[in-house]
Design a protein around this ligand. Sequence first.
Ligand SMILES: NC(=O)c1ccc[n+]([C@@H]2O[C@H](COP(=O)([O-])OP(=O)(O)OC[C@H]3O[C@@H](n4cnc5c(N)ncnc54)[C@H](O)[C@@H]3O)[C@@H](O)[C@H]2O)c1
Length: 366
Amino acid sequence: MNIQPLMLKVDLSDRSYPIFIGENLFTQDLLRRYIRGKQVLIVSNPTVASFYLDAAKSACLDLQCDIVLVPEGEEYKTLATVSEIFDTLVEHKHRRSTTLIALGGGVIGDMTGFAAACYQRGADFIQIPTSLLAQVDAAIGGKTAVNHPKAKNMIGTFYQPRCVITDINTLKTLPDRELRAGIAEIVKAALIWDADFFEWLEKNIMKMLARDSRSLVYAIERSCAIKIKIITMDEKEANIRALLNLGHTFAHAIECELGYGIWLHGEAVAVGIVLAADLSYRLNWFEKDSLLRVKNLLTMAELPIRLPQSSSVPKLLDYMSTDKKRDESGLRFVLLKGIGNAILATDIDMNLVQEILVNHVGEDGD
Ligand SMILES: NC(=O)c1ccc[n+]([C@@H]2O[C@H](COP(=O)([O-])OP(=O)(O)OC[C@H]3O[C@@H](n4cnc5c(N)ncnc54)[C@H](O)[C@@H]3O)[C@@H](O)[C@H]2O)c1
């Protein structure tokens, strides 16, 4: 039985857009409502394209439809890859009225959005997220970027899509490890904003891992609603939007230290969440019982809760110091005052941070 499609609205005055969540949504009827010109460029990678490119193309039958397949993986989220997208747009004479369609996970979405923002000073783009992580997080909110070899997402811009089309049937082909990585961002959303949702996750995590459609739709909808609430208050991360970076200062350092693509972004986020929760606990802001609940939920989701054995704490601290979340007042952390209650904090004792990192390296329990 088909799940009734849902529509959420991101309300950002002239940059407002809908998010559709449901099954069998790759239809000409839906896509064409958000394409203004007569040209589209679909950006995807070979894996995702093998499953979904035909369906996406058939929704664009009466348009000039060009395709760029970029190599797969975080290590290709670079200016060089975006340059290939520009080459295709120019070679095929795409006008400013063209629409770029991101068909894939967060890597494809971030790069396509960035290319759309730059091409002829701004072309339309549509997000068709196919990984759980992109459906609950990356495809929403208009952050677009590529990586610098030494810092994640360092080169980018805010640029909102025309719409987001989340077809949960795409999750059927998503590898288990990628599904779990998406669950890390869902746990993050609940921890930041919504204690009831966190409790729901504790009760329903096994159903989500078993890919129960109704549970997935519910979790995607709740996560999107939390993100929408936050970004509509602070589109360009002047303040409250930074809460969405819970765990990310640590996660970006882990990804840089290991090398892009060794751990998945969501896996690094899971450990980052534990480190942020532990730091909050050590500052007496977060209950021991809450810390245990966070670790239990991530463990149930089969996500890592400790740093890789090979981690070098001095290097992690160094990467953290170049993170974007550093401003003039120093490194800014997102910490927890309770489940569903995140806050921004500066002036954190870096000796304490170092101690927590050391305590979390490798396999041993606490
Ligand atoms: N813009 C934002 O606000 C934001 C937020 C969170 C994360 N991100 C970015 O998102 C990226 C991570 O996204 P991700 O986890 O989607 O990684 P990803 O884009 O690398 O996709 C994960 C993997 O799953 C494959 N895949 C995707 N959909 C599939 C499907 N339906 N079936 C089979 N395979 C499929 C991809 O080919 C890839 O190998 C990072 O670069 C991160 O920085 C951005």
